[in-house]
Design a protein around this ligand. Structure first.
Ligand code: UTP
Ligand code: MN
Length: 575
């Protein structure tokens, strides 16, 4: 990421105009001086809630929460990687992307790994053709030659040094095999092949590069699947088996089915259900979900019908919850005992399988189903407990139609009035009235000075130049981040919100920044500077208070020197 010089990215964002970029792709309407609206390209909707701010160079969808600058937009809209996006934008404005040394270093480390995994996959594929035993096994599992080819299935021969002999001719190549996870280092310094006598499932990233493998034992044995270890090009918690093939098979993905196993994905494809992905032996992570939501608005999780399946489903629910919104459809399908998607689709066929899919539990139904399992609704106590439990989750949703529906349903089940419930969630006014603001509207007097200063600075980076006094020393969690923001804004006089966000791409503060950038403030543009300076004064006051608190604590514990005492008196008097 940092191999393209940061200054170049800033320059690029300066030259590109987000409104031009978007209006070349979508019909977009001007609402006010700086604000444009369109129907969101990232979720289905009929009334426009996708807003683009020209001054801020930032877009935000009130419906689905998608947001970002010109780079984000192009990455999402055209499904491009970061570097590809930079190159595309640079071409558009007639700039050449400069490369630093760092970039070459980086390329040198991963490019050879992609090359070796591709070579290994081709080798395994060729070996499959020569192994009647492996072919028989796949046939017996019901796979056609076509599907085996589509997924690049292969076979790793039952020998310790096949890959090694084939590709490990030089010390450098041996090193590559090791780094790609294809061989294992022996105690005495030699190497041996990781995968032996196994059916090989290459794992592709969404661009189609092979990043790792799963290897299944033929028939019985332990472990059933052996997977590539984490390598510089393979991170298990991030990849989804079958996503590449699903993207290839569908120009637009109306939905994606999430299953557990390699074989499930392949069997589903073979039966015409070409929108299935599997996590790689791990539970669904937020990262997975994020990936999936780039391509579709409907996700169906498929689980075993047993207790373990229920638990896994609830874990997935908890991952989805913070990302849930009104336009998203999340469903949970439970399989009959003893079935997995592979056996079910083989027995029932595409149509009947899809019929079952359509009967999957909705997000709401699954939620109550799960909550009710442990609830006792016959007593008042039980209903109170149930209500409190359920509210913990419902409160995590953004205000909107879905939350409203869940509250209504909860009220019905707990036999209390919806009004009583809404008071508990702080929902005193109609949710739909607030909906467009997505619960983000705040008044300056209801937030802390630091939060207000952060929001204003992110939305108006030029404010950094209006601070005339040195910033106070303050120990608050987000304060160092605020200082850093000020610093960057001061170094880059013409920075927009979109440009500022770029400095934090893929860093942990990224999310917070996006939230600050899309926060709806009810402050007129003309009052922004005053509010900001007011917030800074608030910070100075907090700093004062912190010093006083510290001195008071010290006074109580070990006493103060005369000098400190007079300092304290002065501080308190200043207040
Ligand atoms: P399953 O046992 O359901 O696998 O494990 P499957 O794909 O249905 O395999 P078949 O039908 O028996 O051939 C689900 C997933 O868990 C991971 C794999 O990713 C597998 O696809 N797993 C399972 C492992 O990583 N190692 C194992 O030993 C078993
Ligand atoms: Mn299976």
């Amino acid at each position: 990421m940092d191999h393209i010089p940061r200054e170049f990215i800033s320059l690029l964002l300066d030259k590109v105009d987000l409104v031009d970029l978007i209006s070349a792709r979508l019909p977009i309407k001007k609402k006010s001086a700086n604000n444009f609206f369109a129907c969101c390209p990232f979720h289905n909707e009929k009334t426009p809630s996708f807003s683009v701010n020209q001054a801020k160079q930032f877009y935000y969808c009130f419906g689905c929460g998608e947001h970002g600058n010109a780079i984000d937009f192009l990455m999402k809209y055209d499904h491009l990687g970061f570097v590809e996006t930079i190159e595309t934008l640079a071409r558009q404005v007639g700039l050449e992307v400069p490369r630093t040394q760092h970039q070459e270093d980086k390329q040198d480390t991963t490019a050879p790994l992609y090359a070796i995994t591709a070579e290994a996959a081709a080798f395994y594929q060729a070996q499959l053709k020569k192994s009647p035993r492996a072919i028989d096994y796949l046939k017996q599992r019901g796979l056609s030659g076509t599907i085996a080819k589509q997924f690049g299935l292969g076979y790793a021969p039952a020998q310790w040094e096949q890959l090694l002999q084939q590709f490990g001719d030089t010390a450098q190549n041996k090193q590559k095999l090791l780094q790609a996870g294809l061989t294992i280092k022996k105690e005495d310094g030699g190497y041996y092949d990781r995968f032996r006598d196994r059916i090989m499932f290459p794992i592709h990233d969404r661009r189609g590069r092979i990043i790792g493998f799963g290897g299944r034992i033929i028939d019985q044995g332990e472990p059933k699947y052996l997977n590539s270890p984490e390598t510089p090009i393979f991170q298990k918690g991030q990849e989804l088996y079958g996503l590449y093939q699903s993207l290839q098979a569908n120009r637009k993905l109306n939905r994606l089915l999430v299953v557990e196993g390699y074989m499930d994905v392949i069997a589903l494809f073979q039966h015409g259900i070409n929108y299935a992905v599997a996590t790689l032996g791990t539970a669904t992570t937020p990262h997975h979900l994020h990936q999936l939501l780039r391509y579709t608005n409907e996700i169906i999780f498929c689980f075993d019908g047993d207790e373990a399946g229920r638990r896994a489903a609830w874990r997935a629910f908890e991952v989805v919850l913070p990302m849930m919104h009104d336009e998203l459809q999340i469903k949970f399908m439970f399989l009959p005992e003893g079935d997995d998607p592979d056996t079910l689709v083989a027995r029932e066929g595409k149509e009947r399988f899809e019929e079952q899919l359509s009967k999957a539990l909705t997000f709401t139904n699954f939620f109550f189903h799960h909550q009710l399992q442990q609830a006792d609704l016959s007593s008042m106590d039980g209903r109170a407990r149930f209500t409190a439990q359920a509210l913990v989750y419902i409160k995590q949703l953004a205000p909107g139609v879905l939350q409203e529906m869940l509250l209504d349903e909860l009220a019905k089940k707990a036999r209390i009035t919806a009004e009583q419930l809404k008071q508990q969630t702080g929902h005193t006014q109609s949710v739909s009235a607030k909906r467009i603001a997505n619960g983000r509207q705040i008044k300056s007097q209801t937030t802390t000075p630091l939060r207000l200063a952060l929001i204003l600075l992110v939305q108006h980076p030029e404010l950094a130049h209006h601070i005339s006094e040195p910033l106070p020393e303050l120990s608050l969690p987000a304060y160092p981040f605020f200082i850093k923001l000020i610093e960057i804004c001061r170094q880059h006089p013409h920075l927009t919100t979109g440009g500022l966000l770029e400095f934090w791409r893929e860093q942990k503060e990224e999310k917070l920044l996006a939230k600050l950038a899309s926060w709806e403030l009810v402050i007129p543009e003309t009052g922004v500077k005053e509010e900001f300076l007011g917030a800074i004064r608030g910070l100075t006051r907090s700093a004062h208070d912190q010093v006083i608190q510290r001195m008071l604590a010290k006074a109580a514990q070990q006493g103060l020197s005369d000098e400190e005492k007079s300092q304290l008196t002065q501080l308190i008097a200043d207040k």
